[in-house]
Write a protein that binds this ligand. Sequence first.
Ligand code: NAD
Length: 288
Amino acid sequence: MNERIDGHTILIGLMAYPIRHSMSPTMHNNAFAKLGLNYAYLAFEITNDNLPQAIDAIRTLDMRGSNISMPNKQKVIPLLDKLDPAAEMVGAVNTIVNDHGTLTGYVTDGTGFMQALKDENLDIIGEKMTLAGGGGAGTAIAIQAAIDGVKEISIFNRHDDLWENAKRNVDIINENTNCKATLHELEDQDDFKNEIQDCAIYCDSTGVGMKPLEDQSLVNDPSWFKKDMIVYDTVYAPRTTKLMNIAQDAGVKHVYNGLSMMLEQGAEAFKLWTNQEMPVEYIRDLLF
Ligand code: NAD
């Protein structure tokens, strides 16, 4: 890093709180070093309160951009000049690109998820997805999958404060894409089972399986799964969740945790800032 930083180094930020645990600075700085790019990526503890000043600083310091995470992903939108259409549909931004003072907001979680499947040579275009969760991750996944051409998405949510968001996602998908989205109650176990048995990919975006729920899974019966389907859990700590164990017990061939989505959402942002491909395999070996 010392050898790389000089008077021309371009700064990219990560604005969130809490943020010190993030793997993103290690991921991006190693990728810049590997490709010999003169950028530096730093994490800043930014809350909703100091977000406006932080966004102004992107322009003032002529930063190339920033990643944005909780609690700022929605609050940042009115502070930007432009929004990518997917970010507009998702209603959240995780990446800002600064083009000579014009700030554009993107969301790369959904494109990262779709790319993670492509990395495994899995094609879900024209297929049906069953998705548990309509929060931040679930919204980005559902909307990008619909934009990319997934034929049908059955979204399951429990009746909590994110039910309305899941409902909004279904409406946005049906109004703006050729995908048919439907909203289902997670409490209806027969419906949940039928929709999982009828899909090519089941994705869990609820965080069930992650601490403190690491001994839980929304699906507990291996017979709900088919061997030739895909089971994707957005959780990556632990690396193998209870859901993944159950899917593996059922003999499901394609079972994944959320590491690939995490890596690819970073790679999508990296490309937006640098116009270059992140050396994904190198970073995967280094970090995971
Ligand atoms: P969120 O709070 O915005 O949404 C959570 C969703 O899960 C909601 O739909 C909620 O109704 C549902 N939910 C929560 N607890 C539940 C329970 N006990 N039973 C059933 N449903 C429940 O959270 P988020 O930001 O969308 O994150 C969700 C998960 O996705 C987390 O585990 C997070 O680490 C992971 N994530 C992974 C990546 C990645 O790159 N792999 C990116 C973003 C989020």
